[in-house]
Design a protein around this ligand. Structure first.
Ligand code: BGC
Length: 767
């Protein structure tokens, strides 16, 4: 029974309803037993379950229940493999379910706007299509186990600097095409149970209070049917957030903000129906949780094996002059403290306590058939070369045929909470590599880093470079598999490796000033920027080598349907022309060469991983839709496909386009909307507009001119930028300002029954 004896047991008081809208502690929401409302439990996310046994300790990463530490998103992004993302999500869902967790706080799908973002290891890519496809697969995997996912951080949380206050300022096209696109993809395709609003402001308004983001776009346009949860501590004004569409504030505010909600309703400043709507969404989320069948106990050995499989598929072979794969019979050495003390994940809220940790030296010894001699070569937390360690490593390398050198970023350089200051490897590691390169041994560099490191200054000293990112608890096994060719590398860069930090798109606008970060590069993020400038990069987006070779042929494009029903199929054949079995990632890019909007030369719109045996081929089919050719027209506030040719390119990276063709989508002719602010040229470029102007701008007979000088070739180019409203005031334009409104109606075919007076036409009847 409720407090009020006459109320039905399930009815809630205002105070009870308000108490559901925020956490009861760090990780849980409040239960209201008499109304049958259970408590929800959240846990991080995203590459493993970080479930703390206590619910009142925030930074207790070291105290969470052991869980499989899968490759963090930076690595998973490089797999370009939604099947793996799905399986990983499913395994994490099972572990979450077993730990009593209802919602996993992930995936994080923010775009890597700058390589400096301290949290790039938690995100997939600089490209929204790749991020969206992988994010959707991960969400499907998690939710298939009856555990909810929380898509985060919505939106424009692309830096850590001042993340609780900074305003990310971007124009609508940039938001729609780059920063919101992956969220849109996941919401529409995978229906996440929750979305997490970000800490930062977006164009001056906190994301947690941003009605346009949380309601107009997320719910009304994309059809999101779940609950919006705040990032931990992201709510500034609870009542404003509730009005904007934020359902659950996490963690607890100790009841303070529940009181704010009650007070606002009682004062008439907040409609109680807004509270009811949020409560209904929370109850719907609880119903989803309750309807789920138990996923069954997780099998941690199998999950470790899966972590190893995924790790092997995430590794990107950047460069290989033949030093890889390692021959088991070769005289090998391993150098690098990061082989002994590996970095497998980044620091902060995503940090998982692994169930076990592979040792790369053991794993290499197993595949080599004997122990591999090792020297640390440097100190991980020091920048200064240690002459003793260097000398020992050089001596070891001299006695080997191939030395594998493990380099990377020390943990203290990258974490949630702050951005990086540079993208260089520590100087002591670069110095060590320089000395090793002078030995007769072939040098294979293995990198461990969550954010991109620049390779330009040292890669000449390496015969092969393997980008391992952060590979989770099975780093050792996954990496050994690739080094020895047990796994043929198929990872591809999900982000460009620039030659220098100064070459990156956001360089002059990161991390902002005085509380604002201006996304001045617009849509030109990552490869879109580098390709538009045709600027040199160390390794382009999409790049990754294999131990075999692939060739593409027989590109065919077929389109059917018009406008929003347009369906374009693209077929291509991939040949394995090398000696080994391997997986290729076929990449499809679209270019819009005749667009009236600034466009990058190419945009990723499809990719497909296919395993092909040597000497065999595989047929790959892509299906593209209207939106794949659309740009967001901020002026009109909608997506548009402009008439004109479309480039379809098939490549092995954004800089290695192997096949291309052009087709013209079938679109119904659209008459551009014209108004009094449209320019003379805009009016003249539309047949209807020109007709109206030729009739209206008639010079008087005594001028001796048969038609307006303003519309004549040669003059139109010069005066064409004048808006019609102002042209009508020009002497000699012979355009009557009083008739403009009627001209606009006529040209847009909004005649509501009227013909222009003075046309000699009868007035039509109106209703
Ligand atoms: C992070 C979120 C995380 C939450 C809970 C926040 O600081 O930004 O990604 O899910 O903490 O740990």
């Amino acid at each position: 029974m409720g407090e009020n004896g006459s109320r039905p047991p399930e009815a809630l008081t205002l105070r009870e309803k308000a108490s559901l809208l925020s956490g009861v502690n760090l990780w849980q929401t409040r239960a209201v037993e008499h109304a049958g409302i259970a408590s929800l439990r959240f846990s991080d996310g995203p590459h493993g379950v970080r479930c703390q046994p206590t619910v009142d300790e925030f930074l207790g990463g070291g105290h969470s229940i052991p869980a499989t530490c899968f490759p963090p998103s930076v690595a998973l992004g490089s797999s370009w493999d939604p099947g793996l993302a799905r399986r990983m999500g499913e395994a994490i869902g099972r572990e979450a379910d077993a730990a009593g967790v209802d919602v996993i706080l992930g995936p994080g799908i923010n775009i890597k706007r700058s390589p400096l973002c301290g949290r790039n290891f938690e995100y997939y890519s600089e490209d929204p299509h790749l991020s969206g496809v992988l994010g959707a697969a991960f969400v499907e995997g998690v939710q298939s186990t009856g555990v909810g996912a929380s898509l985060k951080h919505f939106a424009l949380n692309n830096q850590e600097t001042d993340r609780h206050r900074v305003s990310a300022d971007a124009d609508e096209r940039t938001m729609r095409e780059i920063y919101l696109a992956a969220f849109e993809h996941v919401v529409k395709d995978a229906r996440p149970w929750t979305v997490m609003s970000a800490y930062n402001k977006v164009n001056g308004v906190y994301a947690s209070e941003h009605r346009w983001l949380l309601t107009t776009v997320l719910r009304e346009e994309w059809g999101f049917d779940g609950a919006v949860v705040s990032d931990w501590g992201a709510v500034d004004n609870r009542v404003a957030a509730l009005r904007a569409g934020l359902d659950i504030e996490m963690p607890t505010s100790g009841g303070i903000t529940d009181g704010d909600v009650v007070a606002a309703v009682e004062a008439g400043a907040l409609d109680e129906s807004t509270v009811d709507d949020a409560v209904a969404r929370i109850r719907a989320l609880l119903a989803r949780v309750a309807a789920a069948r138990p996923a069954g106990p997780p099998h941690l050995d199998l999950h470790h094996a899966l972590a190893r499989e995924i790790a092997g598929q995430c590794v990107v072979l950047l460069k290989n002059d033949g030093a890889l794969p390692l021959a088991p019979s070769a005289r090998l050495a391993v150098v690098g403290a990061l082989a002994r003390s590996p970095r497998t994940q980044g620091a902060g809220s995503s940090q998982v306590v692994p169930t076990r940790l592979d040792d790369v030296l053991d794993e290499m010894a197993r595949l080599h058939g004997a122990p591999v001699p090792f020297a640390p070569g440097y100190r991980i937390d020091d920048d200064v070369a240690d002459p003793g360690l260097v000398a020992e490593a050089v001596q070891l390398a001299e006695g080997s045929e191939v030395t594998v050198v493990f380099l990377g970023l020390p943990g203290h350089q990258e974490s949630e909470g702050f951005d990086r200051a540079h993208i260089d490897l520590p100087a002591n590691q670069v110095e060590l590599l320089r000395r090793l390169a002078a030995t007769p041994a072939r040098i294979v560099v293995v990198l461990s880093n969550g954010g991109v490191v620049r390779t330009a200054e040292w890669e000449d000293g390496a015969d092969a470079v393997v980008e391992g990112w952060l590979l989770g608890q099975a780093f050792g096994g996954g990496m050994a598999d690739v080094l020895f060719g047990v796994v043929n590398p198929s990872g591809r860069l999900a982000e460009t490796i620039p030659r220098r930090l100064q070459d990156t798109a956001s360089y002059l606008n990161f991390p902002g000033e005085r509380g604002h970060v201006r996304y001045g590069e617009g849509i030109f993020v990552g490869y879109r920027f580098h390709d538009a400038l045709d600027g040199a990069v160390s390794y382009p987006f999409g790049h990754g080598l294999s131990y075999t070779e692939f060739a593409y042929e027989d590109l065919r494009v077929d389109s059917r349907g018009t406008d929003e029903d347009l369906v374009v199929t693209v077929d291509v054949r991939v040949h394995n022309v090398g000696q080994r079995s391997g997986a290729d990632i076929v990449q499809l890019y679209v270019g819009l060469p005749s667009s009236s909007l600034p466009q990058p030369p190419r945009t990723l719109r499809g990719f497909e991983k296919c395993v092909v045996e040597p000497g065999r081929s595989a047929d790959v089919r892509f299906e593209l839709h209207w939106r794949d050719f659309a740009s967001f027209d901020s002026g009109r506030g909608r997506w548009t496909v402009e008439p004109g040719p479309v480039h379809i390119e098939i490549g092995a990276s954004s800089r290695d386009i192997r096949l291309s063709t052009t087709f013209v989508p079938t679109l119904s002719p659209v008459t551009p909307e014209l108004d009094a602010d449209s320019t003379l040229a805009e009016w003249a470029s539309s047949a209807a507009g020109r007709r109206v102007l030729e009739r209206e701008m008639q010079p008087p007979v005594e001028s001796g001119m048969s038609h307006s000088r303003f519309l004549a070739d040669g003059t139109l180019e010069t005066v064409g930028t004048i808006p019609l409203r102002r042209l009508a005031r020009f002497p000699g334009a012979y355009l009557d300002p009083a008739r403009l409104a009627l001209c606009v109606e006529e040209v847009n075919d909004r005649g509501n029954g009227h013909d222009l007076p003075g046309q000699g036409a009868e007035k039509k009847p109106t209703n």
